[in-house]
Design a protein around this ligand. Structure first.
Ligand code: OGA
Ligand code: MN
Length: 230
């Protein structure tokens, strides 16, 4: 898988617009194995309510989801492919931009029906070490009416991702099609972009700047979320 990744294209998208999306990063079989592992650990009662901010306080009006932190010393088998990807991403970003990324943290994340995560930034005012966010979705047969889209906001006042405003005043990059595959076509709606949490889709973004939210979902929604840290 890693061999076919267009690293230079994705890394320049990360620099230019703050994120990139990879389709079919993980095959269905692996996604299913991960979901089985989620469910097994859920039965063991390992999930906890996710918190918010530096203190990780649980605030249900802002964030409703459950998680299990992964042990970086002993990651699950089915996590291997994602692990090689983030290690390679880390070394490339360190070489190219001297980012000084040192390690990663990640968790299994489940949103139950009715759950959401309001608009936020993962590393608000540099309060933590999180620099690059990665999210791998695992939901087979996901449909739009199940909600749970990852909504990425873009502040038109900022230079990125709008590069050169065209004659109409609409920046060229807003017309850009981010991904076009059999799953979906991703493009900007004015100042946001909705990303369906479909199995195998991997989203990577720059944590200190990118505002995002998880829209309310109506079905169990599974993903692995994590950060490369400084
Ligand atoms: C987060 C987050 C997005 C998602 O956990 O900080 O924004 O799609 N998750 O689950
Ligand atoms: Mn987030």
């Amino acid at each position: 898988m890693t061999a076919t990744i267009d690293w230079s294209g994705h890394i320049s998208a990360l620099e230019g617009r703050g994120f990139f999306v990879l389709e079919n990063f993980l095959e269905d079989g692996y996604c299913n194995r991960l979901i089985q592992d989620f469910d097994r650990r859920r039965e063991l009662g390992e999930f906890q309510d996710a918190g918010v901010g530096a203190s990780a306080e649980v605030q249900k009006k802002i964030r409703q989801s459950e998680l299990i932190w992964l042990d970086p010393e002993d990651p699950p088998d089915a996590f291997g492919q994602l692990l090689s990807f983030i290690e390679e991403l880390q070394s490339r970003l360190n070489q190219q931009y001297y980012m000084g990324l040192k390690d990663w943290e990640a968790f299994y994340s489940v949103y139950r029906p009715g759950s959401y995560y309001r608009r936020h930034i993962d590393n608000f005012r540099g309060k933590n070490r999180r620099i690059i966010t990665f999210i791998l979705y695992l939901n087979q047969n996901w449909e739009k009416q199940k909600g749970g889209q990852l909504r990425i906001y873009w502040d038109p006042g900022k230079a990125s991702p709008s590069s050169n405003p065209g004659a109409s005043g609409i920046p060229e990059s807003r017309k850009e099609i981010i991904v076009s595959s059999e799953n979906d076509v991703l493009k900007w709606q004015e100042c946001y972009l909705d990303i369906e949490p479909v199995a195998g889709r991997l989203v990577v973004f720059y944590a200190p700047e990118l505002e995002h939210e998880v829209l309310p979902c109506f079905s169990d929604r599974y993903c692995i979320t994590g950060w490369l840290r400084r």
